[in-house]
Design a protein around this ligand. Sequence first.
Ligand code: NAD
Length: 421
Amino acid sequence: MINKNQYDETKPLDMHDLQFDIAAQRLDIEGWILEKIKYPRREFSVRFPLRLDNGDIVQLAGYRVQHNTLRGPGKGGIRYHPRVDLDEVRALAAWMTWKCAVVNIPFGGAKGGVTCDPSQMTSNELENLTRRYVFEISPLIGPEQDIPAPDVNTSPQVMSWIVDTYSVLKGYTCNSVVTGKPVCIGGSLGRLKATSMGCLYTMLEAAKVLGLDLQDKSVAVQGFGNVGYYAAELFIAAGMKLVAISNSKGGVYNPRGLDLTALKEHYDHGGRLGGFAAAEEITNTELLELDCDILVPAALENQITRDNAERIRARFVVEGANGPTSPFADDILYDKGIMVLPDILANAGGVTVSYFEWVQNLQKLFWSEDDVNRQLAKIIGQAFSEVYRIHQAEKVNMRTAAYMLALGRVAEAKQVRGIFP
Ligand code: NAD
């Protein structure tokens, strides 16, 4: 029996461990295998100096955690954020293992990060930081070992610096060392929007099994970055109505619908969402609690907790972000009849198209964007139906169902691979 009070809701790693334990207790997996697959395989901590443009020198801490490599190379993004620490990277790496297993692609899970505040850094400083961090973790990464990708505050440009640094170290161009890079150096068409496309496909699958028409349904999105912005764009293109969107500074709301193109122009000129004429300003707290049909948290962890879950009014929560909803909140939302489409399913579109990018790089050929999206829809559709079947058969929420599927697959890999020596 799980004592939930032992887990700290403010800690992503505790939330991962609780999600794992809830699913594990429903599965018949040997204890030593559970122990093996719950914890990281390898953890790498680095410290290095960075010379700022003004001549000052600061010491930075970075991490790369390979949670699991039983089903294939480690795979997972790199995050630059002041809140990055080893425990957060451990949680994010573990979520990658389960995500890759849910969509059944041949990767394990990994994640990296540097504790820094990119909003205070110049492009030159970010480039130097990236190159030095990659140098430090270079013994651990590689196309067959561990393949980084973008995450919070890391972009296709950052991926390009990683390709260049790693290639210089190796002595030949090695673009398959990362995914999410620009198309001109081997990136995949469709990768930029892939995570958001996966959110949309997951929502469409849910609507299909529930017999729901999504036309004109209202959508609120937390996050105006890679995942949030394109989720808003794609949900609108699919016939839904964007009523609110936010970034770290707050958001804007219009129940009649927001013009995303005009909002983007306003943001590009002034650097903020607030002040947009055709909307009222709201806080992130207010956004999460809006009366809307679909809520897409696409920013950071720990947004829907036992403190605000009771006040969530959306019918669906589509997790673009990793770890936005705690298991405590999951229980409350489940009782309220709110369907949470969990991160390890709903935002798996990013890593799935990363997998396509890696396959294209290794085969030295290119797919069309239509091919990418068709294959993505197929994989998300398959994963959704497997998770939904467990959700119904076992009478568990969609998150626990997804974990049960993923843990089963990774445990099976351990069982057949056995122990070395
Ligand atoms: P990003 O850096 O492009 O954008 C992050 C957005 O979140 C920004 O608009 C930022 O202002 C906003 N934000 C930051 N703190 C916030 C807060 N406290 N409240 C509200 N908004 C806040 O990052 P991204 O790549 O879009 O990643 C967002 C989330 O999606 C993360 O949880 C990430 O792990 C997850 N994710 C990303 C990918 C990917 O392919 N980029 C794939 C899967 C999951």
